[in-house]
Design a protein around this ligand. Structure first.
Ligand SMILES: *Cc1c(COP(=O)(O)O)cnc(C)c1O
Length: 373
C-alpha cells in the first residue's frame, strides 16, 4: 500500500499528460510558456480569486508575499509552530521575526485567542512592529479565517494564507482569499494538487499587488527587460510542470470529493477506537492533505502498521519553535500547550483519492488491532 499513490492518478490521465509534455517539447517555450498562463487562469477560476501567479515552489510563494509587503528587519509575523518549517523560514529569511502562536487543539490550525494575546503583547512592547499573520490550512483544512481576519483587521495586519496543503479547501463555500490578502500554495508532488517537480502559486484579488508579485518573481523586472526596478527572486513555474498540472487540475474537484469519501469512512471505522479522529469544523470542506488521528503510542502504532505493510507518517514531531534554527524566536507568553500536547500523539494514515475500500478496511482493522494489542 502507498501512503500517497501517484501512480493510480497517473494512469487515469496519462494520455493528457503525455500530450501536454509533447506540446511543450514541440513549441520549446520551456519557461513561462503558454501552459503557465493557461494554468494561472484556470487556478484563479478554481479558487474564485481574480489573480493567480505561478512560481517555483510554495516556500518562494510565501517569500514573495512577504517581499510584496516589504516585511523585514524589525517586523513581526505571527504564525503557528505546528506546521512545515517553510511557514516560518520565509519570515526569518526576510530578516523579520516569526512569532509562534498556539493552535486550536481540535483542528491544529492557528488559535485566534492565542493569536490575539500575541499581537497585543507585541503592540504593547513596541520594540518590534506587528505586520502580518500567516495562517496555515494544516492537513488540508481551512484555517479559522473568520476569527483570524477579525484580528488582522483590528490591528491593521496583512493576512497571508499558507495553503500549501489546503489548495481547494473552502469555509462556508469560500476559498481563503475571501479573507486573506494573499493565499499561497505548493505543487510539491505529494501535495493534494502536485506536479512532477517543484511548483507553487500565489492568489490575490488585488490587481496592484498582482503586478508587484509578477515583477518580484522575475528578478524585480520593470517595464523593460533590462531595467530591474526592485530586488526580486528567480521564481518561475516551468511550462512542463504547468502542462502536467493542467490535466491534474481538471480532475481535482473529483479527487477532493474522493478524498472526503475516504476520510468519512476512516472516521466511521475509527472514531470509537482511537483517542481522536480529525475534527472538521462546520462549513469546512477539507482537501485531506493528511488524515491524522491521535493515539497514546503513535510510534508503536506506526511499527505495527509497518509490519502489516501499511505506511504511516508523523507530522510534525518537532514543532518549529523547538527546532535548532528557530529556538531563539518568541512564542506566545502563555506558551504553546496545544502544540506541545498533540505532537506526541498524532499519526497520519494513508490518504489519496484512489485508496479503495478494501485498503481502507485493512487500515482501519490494522489500527484497531494495534490499539487493542
Ligand atoms: C509543503 C509546504 C510548504 C512549502 O512548499 P514547497 O513547495 O515545498 O516549497 C509551505 N508550507 C506548508 C504548510 C507546506 O506543507
Amino acid at each position: 500500500m502507498d501512503f500517497i499513490d501517484l501512480k493510480a492518478q497517473q494512469l487515469r490521465i496519462k494520455s493528457e499528460i503525455d500530450l501536454g509534455i509533447e506540446k511543450v517539447l514541440s513549441h520549446g517555450r520551456y519557461i513561462l510558456g503558454p501552459e503557465v498562463q493557461e494554468l494561472e487562469e484556470k487556478l484563479a477560476v478554481f479558487c474564485q480569486t481574480k489573480h493567480a501567479i505561478a512560481c517555483a515552489n510554495g516556500t518562494d510563494a510565501l517569500s514573495l508575499a512577504l517581499m510584496a509587503y516589504e516585511i523585514g528587519e524589525g517586523d513581526v509575523v505571527f504564525c503557528p509552530s505546528f506546521t512545515f518549517c517553510a511557514t516560518a523560514e520565509s519570515v526569518a529569511l526576510t530578516g523579520a521575526t516569526p512569532f509562534f502562536v498556539d493552535i486550536d487543539r481540535e483542528t491544529y490550525n492557528l488559535c485566534p485567542k492565542s493569536l490575539r494575546a500575541a499581537v497585543e503583547e507585541v503592540v504593547q512592547k513596541g520594540d518590534l512592529t506587528a505586520r502580518a499573520i500567516i495562517a496555515v490550512d494544516l492537513f488540508g483544512q481551512s484555517a479559522d479565517y473568520e476569527g483570524i481576519s477579525a484580528i488582522a483587521n483590528e490591528f491593521g495586519l496583512k493576512l497571508i494564507s499558507d495553503s500549501a496543503q489546503g489548495f481547494g479547501t473552502t469555509l462556508n463555500g469560500y476559498h481563503p482569499t475571501h479573507w486573506a490578502d494573499i493565499a499561497t500554495t505548493s505543487f510539491f508532488p505529494a501535495k493534494p494538487l502536485g506536479a512532477y517537480g517543484d511548483g507553487g502559486a500565489l492568489f490575490t484579488n488585488d490587481e496592484t499587488l498582482t503586478d508587484l508579485l509578477r515583477s518580484l518573481h522575475v528578478h524585480g523586472k520593470g517595464r523593460s527587460n533590462y531595467d530591474n526596478v526592485r530586488i526580486g527572486l528567480n521564481s518561475r513555474l516551468d511550462s512542463l510542470q504547468a502542462a502536467i498540472l493542467l490535466p491534474k487540475l481538471a480532475i481535482f474537484s473529483d479527487e477532493i470529493s474522493k478524498r472526503n469519501d475516504v476520510a468519512d469512512r476512516y472516521t466511521v471505522g475509527l472514531k470509537e477506537h482511537v483517542s481522536r479522529v480529525p475534527t472538521v469544523k462546520q462549513g469546512v470542506v477539507s482537501t485531506w492533505a493528511q488524515y491524522t488521528i491521535e493515539v497514546e503510542k503513535p510510534d508503536a502504532l506506526s511499527d505495527n502498521l509497518k509490519a502489516s505493510g501499511i505506511p504511516s507518517a508523523r507530522y510534525y514531531p518537532t514543532p518549529i519553535h523547538m527546532q535548532t534554527a528557530y529556538r531563539h524566536y518568541p512564542v506566545a507568553s502563555a506558551g504553546l500547550p496545544a502544540t506541545e500536547d498533540c505532537i506526541g500523539k498524532v499519526i497520519s494514515l494513508p490518504m489519496h483519492p484512489y485508496l479503495d475500500e478494501d485498503s481502507q478496511d485493512k487500515v482501519i482493522e490494522s489500527v484497531k488491532a494495534a490499539i487493542k494489542a
